[in-house]
Write a protein that binds this ligand. Sequence first.
Ligand SMILES: C[S@@+](CC[C@H](N)C(=O)[O-])C[C@H]1O[C@@H](n2cnc3c(N)ncnc32)[C@H](O)[C@@H]1O
Length: 407
Amino acid sequence: MAVIIIPNAYSLAYEGKEPEKAVIEKTPAAVLKGTLERPGMPSHAGARELRGALLRRGNLARNLLIRGDNLPVLKTLLNEKNSGRLKNPDNAPGVRLIYIDPPFSTKLKFKNKKNEDAYVDVLTGSAFMEFLRRRLILMREVMSERGAIYVHLDWKKAHCVKTVMDEVFGPENFLNDIIWSYGGRGAKATASQFSRNHDIILLYQKKGRVFNRQFIEKRILKGGPGYSQDPSGRWFKTAPKGDYTDKSIAGLERQNRVYRTKNGNVRVKYFLREDGIYLVEDKLVGDVWDDIPDGMHLSSVEKTGYPTQKPEALLARIIRASSNPGDIVLDAFAGSGTTLSVAEKLGRRWIGIDSGALSIKTIGKRLGSIAASKDLDDPKKRYARECSGFDEYAVDFCHTPKARNKG
Ligand SMILES: C[S@@+](CC[C@H](N)C(=O)[O-])C[C@H]1O[C@@H](n2cnc3c(N)ncnc32)[C@H](O)[C@@H]1O
């Protein structure tokens, strides 16, 4: 029997949905003006236009912090990519990794710790969907072919945004919905439903991806149940042989990794590292992340006071997994600059966009004092290096694309 596949058998329909081609072609590009240099901050933008600054160097040589609505700024970045000026170290054009933590349609107005206005999150219904969809379309265009995008959401809108992402990126490019289980915020004893203790981070690729597997260190006291020593003194634990074929088991046998129980059942041995009184196990990170506490539990060194700030540990995992040193990382809803700070610490190049003045001020301060912030590997230590510098721009005005000559 022949299987008939109907492409695009269904699509999203809502009021105000613009055709994808129109979003790409008709969105005006922002003309960006260099803003004043920050005291103590290496910035070379001066009053030049972004296009001029990048052209001179032939590629994105410095990090960029841009204030303005991200829609026309993304169009400018797309023009830069199409002109060959956004390249990764492997010469692939475009942004390698995008992380966004957009407004979630909470209908709230956010302020910082000093009660200064940060941003408003008031779009609802189809207006919210279309706001995000247009930006996601341009983000996909700005991405490199081997690139990934993480979209941070919660229970309110994750299901709607996933349908939009499927349409924009293609369901075949969906990789994971990561559950960030950030721990208890103290569920009320009177609660009449399960407490909500997780966010959802949707991960899609463009056509391919960079992926570096991530591990978490688990420390166990030596001698605990389930851990044994072989005759040479090496510690190991065992697991059922699962899907291993007889051929693979024969290979493991040669490496001394097969364990036979008293009943003759075959199990696979996993050797562990030793550190003093502990055994150290490197556990592969899956799609449920429950080892990173939420923003409310950040240390005072990490807290910027900006609302909805995400932990550096969360971004460190994302950036390490989906980019390599020197790659370009973009956060188009940069907020307090968590992505930018972590990208800087991990030796990636970065582009941050935010429309809010308080966000840009917070990011400038955060990167200006990055040396005093926490080291990513050892939170007891300071990072102790200055920021490599960035060029700072603001949207001056927008170029409306010329109408196509139909003749
Ligand atoms: C949830 S916060 C991001 C927090 C960030 N992940 C962090 O760790 O600090 C969302 C940010 O998106 C910004 N934003 C909202 N609409 C925007 C737009 N159209 N263009 C650029 N930035 C926008 C807001 O100013 C706000 O700073």
